[in-house]
Structures are given as C-alpha cells and as structure tokens.
Write a protein that binds this ligand. Structure first.
Ligand code: HEM
Length: 175
C-alpha cells in the first residue's frame, strides 16, 4: 500500500475536487432561488431534504471509516469527498431555508431537556465542523497522512454527531 503520494499523483487535482464538491450545491442553489422563487410551499418542505442529506452524510462517513480500517484508501477518499458534498448541499439548503425566513419550528414534545441538549450541542459543533472537515480533507488529499489521521480522529466523531443529531432533531420536531 503506497501511502506516499508522488508529486504527479493523478488523483489530487484540487480545483477538480473543489468543483465536484461545490457544483451540486451551486445547482441546488440555482434550483431553490431561480426555478422556484417565492414558492414558499416548497421551501417549507426543505427540512425533509435536509434530514435526508444528514442521513446520507452519516452513512457515507461510517462507510469511509470502515473502508480505511480495511486500508482501502481510494474508497475511503471517495466516500469522504461525497460526505463533504452532501454536507455542503445541506448547508446550502439550510441557508436558503432561513433566507426565506420560514417561521421557526417549535418543539412541543415531552423530552424538552433532551431536545435542548441536542440542539445546543448540535449548533456550535455544526459551525466547528466546517473548518475541521476542510482541513482534514486538505491534509488527506495532500498526502499528509500522519497529520490527517491526528485531526481526523477529532473531525470524524464530531461530524458524525452533527449529522446524526441533525436527523434526530428533524424527527423530534416533526413526529
Ligand atoms: C474530510 C474527510 C475525511 C475524514 C473525516 C477522514 C477520516 C479519517 C480517519 C478517522 C482516519 C483514521 C482511521 C484510523 O486510524 O482508525 C483516516 C485515515 C486515513 N485517511 Fe482519511 N478522512 C477524510 C478524507 C481523506 C482523504 C480525502 C484522503 C485521501 C486519500 C484520506 C486518506 C486517509 C489515509 C491514507 C488514512 C490512513 C492514515 C494512516 O493510517 O496513517 N482521508 N481518515
């Protein structure tokens, strides 16, 4: 297993990687803001899309972890880059949802303490995960695997927590 990428490592094309990650979000953004402008009925349905994107991110992150445990670097890389893509798509949807200022959803269930614990840990960690995920990916793509591994051990559990609690919050609020 060669973990030492040579300078001509063909799989590391930063701009292509960046475009692959951002393009789905740009298309989503255009769809949300140009194709269906003012249709707040559609925007109201965005939480289910956001919960789905979080669930997909969680699955991809778990898959990526299981693959690196089996030393399958290429699959680990692809699954993580896909997780990055679905998380960026989630962020796009989140921004659009709040841009339209759909009224805030209130939790009316019996588990208020649990709900607020999840919410108040989810929000700051969701913000923290953005730079962490970017730095982790850059170190992985750049072949700095020792440093990558060190930060990834923090990034992965936090990212998973944020994605899974995103789904839990959706279910707690809507069911
Ligand atoms: C941002 C997304 C990523 C996350 C969250 C992530 C997560 C992880 C984690 C948790 C480990 C440690 C596994 C363990 O030792 O138990 C790891 C190792 C590794 N990752 Fe990533 N990874 C990401 C992106 C990448 C990318 C893009 C590459 C590019 C090839 C990569 C290549 C590797 C390699 C080679 C190892 C093994 C390093 C070693 O054992 O020294 N990862 N990653």
């Amino acid at each position: 297993m060669d973990m030492n990428p040579s300078p001509d490592n063909r799989s590391y094309r930063p701009w292509k990687t960046l475009a692959n990650i951002l393009l789905p979000s740009v298309l989503l953004f255009i769809y949300y803001l140009v194709v269906m402008p003012g249709e707040q009925g559609h925007v109201r349905k965005l939480p289910v899309v956001m919960a789905l994107l979080n669930a997909i991110s969680s699955g991809l992150l778990i898959g990526a972890f299981l693959n690196i445990r089996k030393k399958r670097i290429e699959t680990h890389k692809k699954l993580n880059l896909m997780a990055l893509t679905t998380s960026v798509m989630f962020l796009t949807s989140y921004v659009v949802y709040h841009y339209f200022q759909v009224e805030p959803v209130r939790y009316t269930g019996d588990f208020r303490t649990l709900y607020f614990f999840i919410l108040l840990t989810h929000i700051p960690l969701a913000v923290t995960i953005v730079p962490l995920a970017v730095v982790t990916a850059i170190r992985g793509l750049g072949g700095k695997f020792e440093k990558h591994r060190r930060i990834a051990k923090i990034t992965l559990p936090l990212w998973l927590y944020v994605s899974v609690t995103g789904v839990i919050i959706y279910f707690m609020v809507n069911f």
